[in-house]
Design a protein around this ligand. Sequence first.
Ligand SMILES: Nc1ncnc2c1ncn2[C@@H]1O[C@H](COP(=O)(O)OP(=O)(O)OP(=O)(O)O)[C@@H](O)[C@H]1O
Ligand SMILES: [Mg+2]
Length: 222
Amino acid sequence: MRLMNRKSSQLKNKINLINLVTSNSPNSRISEEYRTIRTNFLGSVDGRKTQSLIVTSPNHNEGKSTTAANLAISLTQLGKKVLLIDADLRRPKLFSAFNIGNSLGLSSVLTGENRLEDAIKNTEIKGLDLLPSGPTLANAADLLGSILMKTLIETATNQYDMVLVDTPPVLEFADVKIFSDYCDGVILVIRYGKTESNDLIQAKKLLSDSSKLVGVILNNKR
Ligand SMILES: Nc1ncnc2c1ncn2[C@@H]1O[C@H](COP(=O)(O)OP(=O)(O)OP(=O)(O)O)[C@@H](O)[C@H]1O
Ligand SMILES: [Mg+2]
């Protein structure tokens, strides 16, 4: 799917913003496509417990954050209570997309500086809370695979209908694979014209090992 024309796309890329199209233009064709993905996803997991879902991609800039945010919004439009977690501790984007401060967040909860309930913030979207990434840490990538993340996801799924986690690229950070074991399902995003087929095969292989891959989203298809 294509969210913008070329000019506005270039502008967005420059300032690195995420387009919350499902909130800004809920009746657009693109929002409809996100609803289709949501419906397909909910249909494909019926019966199985799939409350926590990670969104990843083989490499950078393939649309993980955009997909995670818009999928989370479209789930709230079904009346679900959703927590979106920005677990990309190196290139966090969701705090700015939702206009939320980033001084407390996942990193400060994992290091024990804050309590989870203090770091989670309400967004302007009804039913959607965000756990921003928090301040950047030197050992950020290692924290994702830590057992503390497992506990955090368990706590979050007790409080929300759905927990969606935006992560770093799976081919670049081995901890994404470890972290996927703590969640119920994985969505793999690939970008039209960017993701190399070998990288897709490699990423799918890595993730399929855990049998949690619920779907692959082709982003930015014209
Ligand atoms: N379908 C799309 N149409 C147009 N622009 C898009 C689309 N999807 C993503 N973008 C733009 O591409 C850039 C990268 O998207 P995004 O931040 O969602 O990717 P990412 O995989 O999370 O990147 P990173 O690896 O930096 O975390 C952003 O500027 C975003 O607005
Ligand atoms: Mg991202």
